[in-house]
Write a protein of this length. Sequence first.
Length: 301
Amino acid sequence: MYKKVDQKFDAALTSAEIQFEPVNPEVHSLENGVDVVYTLAPQLEKKPSSNTEAGTTTKQSPWLPPDESLLVETLDDYSVVLNKYPVVRNHCLLVSKEHIPQALPLGEEDWATAIELLRTLNKESKTRHVGFFNSGVESGASVDHKHIQFVTIPEDFKPFPDTVKDTNDDEVYADNRVPFAHFIRNVPRNADADDLIFRYSQILGELLTRSFKTEFNKKTNDVHYNLVFTEEWILGVPRTKAKTDDGISINALGTIGMFLAKNESDLAIIKEKNLDLVKEVGYPFEKIEKHAPDFSGYTLY
Ligand code: AMP
């Protein structure tokens, strides 16, 4: 699969089906030990903005059907396609064959196919990838057709949920070094789709709770959130806005500190505010309440 992605990418580059200019990600460790990556990608200015206005998604799907020159593989109910406007090489997407709205939750088939693709990409490329899913217009999603995206993680970058290895928490938890509301759930090695669905629903429960506790649910039916996942964890981040007050778009990658700047002035703001930008487009950090009942003082039989 990875070879196909790689070859298709080169072919699409040659035929100019893809607009790609290599970039230099700059990895930086914040004082509290959280890693961030800054990428200056001027090509983002050239990306058509018709479908990326904040608060809207395009009604026209680019994947009905997918463009042959970007199509990597056809699976039963999905296609694997290349991103037409990639910032990193081999940025690919798993898209449903039929039109399914992006705001619907991920189902068992979605998880089964996405985790298999992620594991295959990791194994075959010998580099680590993240999967991500922007759901709801305020999450930064620009296309209203179910799609899960995959990119490689820069080699020397450790996304903050990697600390999952150091916790024994077998529940949803949050990392208090991070200023915005988020929910992390560990994923055991070789977890199957059933298990992933269970962990994902726990995160969804927290995302719903956070949005029901605010006025936000009065203006939308959807839960607006970013999801990022690796073979080791799933991260969920509730969202209220697609762009920061300075007009910087934040999607799922921003929630793990992988920031994209389309010009030097955005880059300067990103470097100054870092993860506080995600707080601006989401909710402030809150400790996660444990929902398990407290049986202390009772005799259990
Ligand atoms: P999102 O913005 O999270 O909804 O992700 C949609 C992705 O699809 C974006 O990264 C776009 O660059 C990409 N995209 C937009 N149009 C096309 C297209 N015609 N073919 C392939 N990818 C596309």
